[in-house]
Design a protein around this ligand. Structure first.
Ligand code: TLP
Length: 344
């Protein structure tokens, strides 16, 4: 199978499995797991943040941040296609009691500008409006096609938000893809964000885990909420050991995933009824618009499966995500199969 459904399907490398088997562990609810502690220290250091917390999932990291930055009745601003809004099962409402103001970015890549955000901000004007409590950004933007936000754009939004006393949380599930694509550091891309969540378990290849980063007091409170959410893990060093390798080694090869995604996008752009601006594909996510194809997105994915290729249909689009278990040859095979299925 060539599995292009997501980079979440990556399996731990031999090096990760070895490190997991040999990991020094302790009870992390007591703060006594040395490998978890090391991972947290290393992550905080790499991002230039005061502290980090190892969470079981990206969703949990995001939702702890939403909870801590807001109070019930607040509103959070997020791009219309954002993960926190669409794929975390309404948790901002469930756990934090906030509503969501979805703002559609004018740019198809899903990247909001401060001008767009500012129009949506409510600061008790009038008093019966829903007060904005938090701005959520996403870099890379998953359903914006793996698009990237620059350090300057991010800082501009954060600085304006801070002038209004508004915190900014960054869902940086794939922040290392963004960093590699822009030849930038993760620290610079997130420097003015109040909190950041990034995933070890996507393109970086760890089996489990995400990191939440922020100021020391924020992370101390986040530890309490992680436990409340049921995410207090015990000998989690087994997982953190793989996370350490993901964090330090995996970013070195992400550029290959990006090259494969570009090749896929360029090849796909020539197919009948498929539209994609291959120029805009900068990281490992490729979203083909198949509204003009002879078959629906679901039908195309079903046929691809017969060719032992997995991809995800979303509305009129098909998303394909490259990762280290997908080779250049796999991309060519996928393009050949697509050509057979929908023609050119
Ligand atoms: N994304 C998954 C699906 O949930 C859509 C995927 O296959 O891409 N933020 C972003 C931007 C994400 O893409 C994801 C997962 C998460 C958060 C949540 O991470 P997990 O799955 O660890 O909760």
């Amino acid at each position: 199978m060539i599995d292009l459904r997501s980079d979440t399907v990556t399996k731990p490398t031999a090096e990760m499995r070895r490190a997991m088997a040999e990991a020094e562990v302790g009870d992390d609810v007591y703060g006594e797991d040395p490998t978890v502690n090391l991972l947290q220290e290393r992550a905080a250091e790499i991002f230039g943040k005061e502290a980090a917390l190892f969470c079981p999932t990206g969703s949990m990291g995001n939702q702890i941040a939403v909870k801590l930055h807001t109070k019930p009745g607040d509103e959070i601003i997020i791009e219309e296609r954002g993960h926190i809004l669409n794929w975390e099962l309404g948790m901002p409402a469930v756990a934090a009691g906030v509503t969501i103001r979805a703002v559609r970015a004018a740019d198809d890549n899903g990247m909001l500008t401060w001008a767009e955000i500012e129009l949506a901000v409510h600061k008790n004007q009038p008093y019966y409006s829903c007060p904005t409590g938090l701005i959520c950004l996403e870099n890379t933007h998953n359903f914006g096609g793996g698009s990237v936000m620059s350090a300057a754009e991010t800082s501009e939004i954060c600085n304006h938000a801070h002038e209004l006393n508004l915190p900014v949380h960054l869902d940086g599930a794939r922040i290392f893809n963004s960093a590699v694509a822009q030849n930038e550091t993760a620290a610079n891309l997130t420097k003015d964000c109040d909190s950041v969540q990034f995933c070890l378990s996507k393109g970086l290849g760890a089996p489990v885990g995400s990191m939440l980063l922020g100021k020391l007091d924020f992370i101390e409170e986040a530890r309490v909420w992680r436990k409340r959410f049921g995410g207090g893990m015990r000998q989690a060093g087994i997982l953190a050991a793989a996370g350490l390798i993901a964090l330090t080694e995996s970013p070195k090869t992400l550029h290959i995933d990006h090259e494969n995604a570009k090749r896929l996008a360029e090849g796909g752009a020539n197919l009948k009824g498929v539209s994609i601006d291959a120029e805009k594909v900068q990281t490992n996510i490729v979203i083909f618009d198949v509204s003009n194809a002879s078959l629906s997105s679901g039908e195309i994915c079903a046929k691809l499966k017969e060719h032992e290729i997995l991809a995800s249909p979303f509305g009129n689009s098909i998303r394909m995500v490259t990762h280290y278990d997908v080779s250049r040859e796999d991309i060519d095979e996928t393009l050949n199969s697509l050509q057979k299925i929908i023609g050119n």
